[in-house]
Design a protein around this ligand. Structure first.
Ligand code: PEP
Ligand code: MG
Length: 323
């Protein structure tokens, strides 16, 4: 099997009926790039920048950040690279950032909420991203967006920093796409309005599932409710993909679900444009996708979304793949 996958390393990802999709990787540091390229990654679908801020005793400087982002962009040699702005809070803490203890950290001041609350810290990251942008195909993504106002505010800060850099004579890439993670149900429901303003969506199922099912993704006692295949999740995913396509935008997925072999046929049928997963899953996914017909999977979509339970969805897909 490994040998069969290896020949796919330099191939595009194309379904049996000739439809191309993009297979990207999730990374945490510039060091991960080698593994992405070795495994035939066509893109970075999620660079979690919080690791740059963790395991140290002060914020990374603008120069340090610029260096890390430039290294990733150069390493990817012009391939699409989605960099997510700081997603701290919730389960991820910084020793040097003394935030008040919260009763419900996952529902509290985290990610974009914290960044908008601490604009100086956020502006530093945005400047570093803009300065690095000339080195490759950068796409900037804001995490945990719950409202259109948050997106507008974050984008306004980005444009302000861009204008400042340009007035200082610093070169900035003019074609940076700006998108959001869809990991809060309100945003999935409002995807049609977001789609008019964002350049792309990336669905973060790790959080989308926990917020939709109201089941902490870390809590074993309610893990039975953590159901990627619950039709509620699939219907939200469909709303997001359809909304983006109506506006000529694209949708990716960077939660664990994107690399799941039962999820892949469903997501293909729903029209997902980009799948981002751990690098080690890419070749296996490319092999699986090359054997699937997107048109055929699309014909099953309505039936799958009309099922009542997660188990029924899993059984349906398993039966299909055994045919
Ligand atoms: C997600 O929520 O699906 C996601 C990719 O982000 P993280 O796992 O970093 O919260
Ligand atoms: Mg998340």
């Amino acid at each position: 099997q490994k040998a069969e996958w290896a020949v796919l390393k330099n191939e595009a990802t194309v379904t049996a009926d000739g439809q191309a999709v993009e297979l990207g990787a999730n990374i945490g540091t510039p060091k991960d790039i080698a593994g992405v390229l070795e495994n035939g990654g066509e893109a970075i679908g999620l660079y979690r920048t919080e690791f740059l801020y963790m395991g140290r005793d002060s914020f990374p400087t603008e120069d340090e950040q610029t260096e890390a982002y430039a290294a990733v962009l150069k390493g990817m040699k012009g391939k699409p690279t989605v960099v997510r702005t700081l997603d701290i809070g919730g389960d991820k803490e910084l020793s040097y950032l003394d935030l008040p203890k919260e009763l419900n950290p996952f529902l509290g001041l985290r990610a974009i909420r914290l960044c908008l609350e601490m604009p100086d810290m956020f502006r530093t990251q945005l400047r570093a991203l803009l300065r690095a942008s000339v080195h490759g195909n950068l796409k900037i993504m804001f995490p945990m967006i719950a409202t259109l106002d948050e997106f507008r505010e974050a984008k306004a800060l980005l444009l302000e920093e861009k204008a400042k850099l340009e007035s200082e004579g610093v070169a900035v890439n003019e074609s940076i796409e700006v998108g959001i993670m869809v990991e809060i149900p309100s945003t999935a429901v409002m995807a049609d309005t977001f789609a008019k303003e964002v350049d792309f969506f990336s669905i973060g199922t790790n959080d989308l599932i926990q917020y939709t099912m109201a089941a902490d993704r870390m809590n074993e006692s309610v893990s039975y409710l953590y159901q990627p295949f619950n039709p509620a999740i699939l219907r939200l995913v469909k709303m997001v993909i359809d909304a983006s396509h109506r506006e000529g935008k694209w949708t990716g997925m960077c939660g664990e679900m994107a690399g799941d072999e039962i999820a892949i046929p469903i997501l293909l049928g729903l029209g997902l444009d980009e799948f981002s997963m751990s690098a080690s899953s890419i070749l296996k996914a490319r092999s699986q996708i090359s054997k699937l017909s997107k048109a055929e999977m699309a014909e099953h979509t309505d039936r799958i979304l009309a099922l009542g339970t997660s188990q029924q969805v899993e059984d349906y897909v398993k039966k299909l793949s055994n045919q």
